[in-house]
Design a protein around this ligand. Structure first.
Ligand code: KE4
Length: 425
């Protein structure tokens, strides 16, 4: 029995499913989760001493690679000053100014502790600002485990193949309207029926929780127009794309200005940080300034701020890193697409910059329905092979691969070789 197997046996006795987040359980690939002991650069090391090239990067945060020297140093220094004060600190001002300087649509920002909390809060502010209650979300998009949006969600909900979740009262989702990603008509129909009740449209500007689905040309622009025409707010959930596709995330990459944006992952440099922000006239509604209440004991925690500030500062000072990362993604995912197509395999590759996904379907994947045509058993077989060969992929078809600045060309060449071996190419 491996240490991971033993640890998993112990874990399932005291933690639901043995994990603190469902997708980590390796359930959809019918395997045992590897218990990770340490990480450095692009590599993970498990409790049994196995080394993996990591394509999860903690589900996005580790864009610079694991244990980046400058991030660890800043966190270590912060720890010497104390772990948490529950009081205003200079680091929070530095972080807020940094976010506002990198993302032009952000005039004010509030720190929270997760992407879910950021989304919950942004939805509440949008409802408070518009005095409307309905929210439009897209099937296959995942916005955290916030009751109102756990409807036809992506990520672990999609992997589990469940429509939503037990324990979510009908009252929590009665104001949630579903539309289809890349289908403006499906959004327009909701506005035609009840425009005056719709507070906001929330969207992942690149859908990265049903694999990776880029926005079709004109889709994001169309959402912006529909929201403007109907007095609704446009919320970009950039928990994954924020600070990944560029310093201004997907909104900079696609040149669309949302009214509110949610962040997570990269903003925390590996520590638990979420944030929401946007137009000043909207954010001034947030307590204690305005009437929308939102609070958090550890929001803006000094250690988390240290990690986030260190990571964002490096990204801000090195805009060339984004060009490097996005070009490497174009090459890497382009190579995979080239050889799976040349071999006539029933596979499709989608990618945007450093985010990518290999689907086991011959259909073009443009939304939730087409993503669901993937053969998840074929994916599981491929994923297990890759993990057994030291390549750590998300153990679920409907997740993204994340490249980091620590992935070398040599590593990626080796990964391409391994994928070809798997397909006997
Ligand atoms: P968290 O509450 O997990 O920090 O963020 C929720 C969230 C919100 N919005 C988007 C677009 C997200 O992708 C997420 C979380 N992403 C998943 C990965 N698909 C987190 C991994 C997990 O659930 O363990």
């Amino acid at each position: 029995m491996t240490k991971s197997e033993r640890l998993f046996q112990e874990a399932v006795q005291v933690i639901p499913g043995g994990v603190n987040s469902p997708v980590r359980a390796f359930g959809s690939i019918d395997s045992t989760p590897r218990f990770i002991k340490s990480a450095e650069g692009a590599c993970l090391y498990d409790e049994d001493g196995n080394c993996y090239i990591d394509f999860i990067g903690s589900w996005g945060p580790m864009i610079l690679g694991h244990s980046h020297k400058a991030v660890v140093e800043r966190v270590t220094q912060a720890c010497q000053q104390g772990l948490s004060f529950g009081a205003a600190t200079a680091a929070e001002v530095e972080m807020a100014k940094l976010v506002c300087s990198m993302v032009p649509s952000i005039e004010m920002v509030r720190m929270v502790n997760s992407g879910t909390e950021a989304v919950m809060s942004a939805i509440r502010v949008a409802r408070g600002f518009t005095r409307r209650e309905k929210i439009i979300k897209f099937t296959g998009c995942y916005h955290g485990h916030f009751d109102a949006l756990l409807v036809q969600a992506g990520s672990g909900v999609m992997t589990a193949g469940v429509p939503g979740s037990l324990g979510v009262p009908a009252g929590c989702t009665k104001d949630t309207l579903l539309a289809e990603y890349n289908d403006l008509e499906s959004v327009q129909r909701h506005f035609a029926r009840c425009a005056e009740e719709i507070a906001a449209v929330i969207v992942e500007p690149v859908a990265a929780n049903m694999g990776v689905v880029p926005p079709a040309s004109g889709f994001l622009e169309g959402l912006r127009q529909l929201c403007d025409n109907n007095g609704a707010l446009l919320i970009f959930d950039e928990v994954i794309t924020g600070f990944r596709l560029g310093p201004a995330g997907a909104q900079g990459y696609y040149d669309i200005v949302p009214d509110l944006t949610t962040f997570g992952k990269i903003i925390g440099g590996g520590m638990p940080v979420g944030a929401y922000g946007g137009r000043r006239d909207i954010m001034e509604l947030v307590a204690p300034l305005g009437g929308v209440y939102q609070a958090g004991t550890l929001s803006g925690n000094p250690i988390a701020m240290a990690a986030g500030i260190a990571q964002l500062t490096i990204l801000k000072e090195h805009p060339e890193y984004y060009q490097q990362l996005n070009e490497r993604g174009d090459w890497f995912y382009g190579q995979i697409e080239q050889f799976v197509k040349a071999a006539g395999l029933s596979c499709t590759v989608n990618h945007v910059g450093s985010l990518g996904c290999l689907y086991f379907t011959d259909q073009e994947v443009v939304d939730y329905e087409s993503a669901k045509t993937s053969d998840t058993k074929a994916f599981a077989d491929y994923c297990n092979y890759m993990i057994e060969h030291g390549i750590y992929l998300a153990p679920a078809q409907f997740e993204a691969m994340f490249l980091s600045l620590a992935h070398t060309d040599e590593m990626l060449e080796n990964v391409l070789k391994c994928i070809k071996q798997y397909f006997n190419l």
